[in-house]
Design a protein around this ligand. Structure first.
Ligand code: PXP
Length: 256
């Protein structure tokens, strides 16, 4: 990747589904007529506003985006669909049915509010390599959501994933304190090492309209996946404006 390329924005719309499920759990999809907010309609609006991709994470407990939403998104989106999923055989079968552009493998614990840490590749390297290979046979590129650590990058390389998504959560948590810059440097180091290994580097979790000013200058980031801050902002501005502003900030066209 050349250094002057724009960073792509993947908009994660799971939180819209969280809001819908708070009222309409168990209702069939009514295609936005009554059951709101409709994450598929929001995804289409985000696409119109310049989102380069849409990300969803159908979880084992079905707490937000539903499998039928994912299947519909796959039909209606023009931009690529990135599906996050747990490393299970059931989810692999679902991914082969959906055929998203990319699958991002993430850890999944029922008790967590959101994905709390990167995937530890080392204890399950063979199984993850099998999933990645199976996806690749079907033309689906795999991404691995990992902490910015050398041992994880080396494992991702052995597994032959196309992408890694570096977990920016520790950076986001530390951003307003004295550790923030150290965490940003950890991401920079990991992004450089990942690229040296031939991996394409994405970034996600906890990125907002403020800390983006630090993340956007990390060299060589292909794509950022952002959910919570964009959907929260959209409550005030609408999704189009929220997406436009984040894209402008990501690419240094709008700063504090
Ligand atoms: N990337 C991955 C792999 C995630 O699990 C999440 C959160 O679900 C995100 C990106 C988006 O994080 P946020 O909602 O904090 O922007």
């Amino acid at each position: 990747m050349k250094g002057d390329e724009r960073i792509r924005l993947g908009v994660n719309i799971d939180h819209a589904a969280t809001l819908r499920q708070a009222r309409y759990k168990g209702y069939p999809r009514l295609r936005g007529e009554m059951v709101e907010p409709d994450p598929v309609a929001l995804a289409l609006e985000a696409e119109r506003a310049g989102a380069d991709g849409i990300t969803v994470h159908p979880r084992e407990d079905g707490r937000h985006i539903q499998q039928e939403d994912v299947l519909l998104l796959r039909e209606v989106l023009q931009v690529p669909l990135n599906m996050e999923m747990a490393c299970t055989r059931e989810m692999l079968e679902f991914a082969l049915k959906v055929r998203p552009r990319t699958v991002c493998l993430v850890p999944e614990k029922r008790e967590e509010v959101t994905t709390e840490g990167g995937l530890d590749l080392l204890p399950q390297e063979d199984w993850i390599a099998e999933i990645v290979q199976r996806l690749f046979q079907e033309g689906i590129h795999a991404s691995l959501f990992i902490d910015p650590e050398r041992s994880q990058l080396e494992a991702a390389n052995r597994i032959k994933a196309t992408y890694v998504e570096l977990h920016a959560g520790a950076f986001a948590n530390a951003y307003y304190g004295p550790e923030g810059e150290g965490e940003a440097k950890r991401i920079e180091t990991a992004a450089r090492e990942a690229r040296q290994l031939g991996l394409v580097v994405n970034l996600g979790h906890g990125i907002n309209y403020t800390n983006i000013d630090r993340m956007r200058v990390v060299p060589g980031i292909h794509e950022m996946n952002i959910g919570h801050s964009i959907l929260s902002r959209a409550l005030m501005t609408g999704i189009r404006e929220a997406v436009r502003e984040m894209k402008a900030r990501m690419n240094g066209e709008l700063t504090a």
